[in-house]
Ligand binder design. Structure first.
Ligand code: SF4
Length: 236
């Protein structure tokens, strides 16, 4: 990597204003401070934009209610109908109902009993439909404030990290996540997570990155290899 973590963090901070409505888990957390609702919101964002996931979430809250009791007692058809705007709504409806049932039965309806333990990540990963990214988003959004160190990685963060040269171009989720977590351990990881996604969406785009106007181009391996097609094609 060509710059320090401090330089990258401060340059991104000076460039991107994080709007809560661009990140569904953060939006729901700020509005409710309820980790179960954050979990539901994060599941809704799978294969969906944050914008349509927020619409689906609000519709679900309005039509059914987002609590373990209400979701596990609701008719599947009512949950599906609320989620129609979101991708894979039938699968998500089934999963939300099942996860709600498990949280109700095993944790007395209190998701904090699950999350407030040292093996919370492993427990979340046992639930159908919850992968590493979903588990890490929930843990960082709800518990990052208390020093719970995880780092969720999405497609934008993967691309940006590889292009910057923070990780090798063949790196997978766990390496990218642990590298970013270590490198930026002195900083607000939730803010960094949002800023890297904003950077990937607005500047470091998959097909045509806006390198000339990029605030961190002097930190970037991709930029310094911009004549090397082979290197670049591994990081798109
Ligand atoms: S210089 Fe280009 S490739 Fe590098 S981080 Fe900026 S936009 Fe992405």
């Amino acid at each position: 990597m060509k710059c320090t973590a401090e330089t990258i963090f401060h340059k991104l901070s000076a460039t991107y204003i994080i709007k809560e409505e661009d990140f569904i888990a953060y939006y729901v957390w700020l509005k409710t401070k309820d980790c179960f609702k954050v979990l539901v919101a994060t599941i809704l964002s799978q294969n969906s934009t944050d914008k349509s996931a927020i619409k689906a979430y609000l519709e679900l809250e309005r039509k059914v209610g987002v609590t373990p009791e209400k979701l596990s007692n609701a008719n599947l058809a009512d949950i599906e109908s609320a989620l129609k705007i979101s991708g894979l709504y039938r699968t998500k409806a089934k999963r939300l109902k099942e996860i709600s049932r498990i949280i109700l039965e095993r944790y007395n309806g209190l998701i904090d009993s699950l999350l407030n333990t040292s093996n919370a990540r492993d427990e979340l990963l046992k639930l159908e439909g919850i992968g590493e990214k979903t588990a890490d988003v929930v843990l960082l959004t709800c518990y990052g404030y208390y020093g719970y160190k995880v780092f969720p990685v999405d497609t934008h963060i993967t691309r940006v990290s590889k292009r910057l040269g923070i990780v090798p171009t063949n790196a997978k989720y766990s390496l990218i996540s642990s590298t970013l977590k270590e490198l930026f351990s002195a900083y607000d990881l939730l803010h960094l997570h949002h800023m890297l996604i904003a950077h990937g969406r607005q500047t470091c785009k998959a097909r045509k990155p806006l390198c000339n106007s990029c605030i961190i181009k002097e930190c970037c391996e991709y930029y310094s290899h911009r004549d090397g097609e082979a290197w670049r094609s591994n990081t798109s």
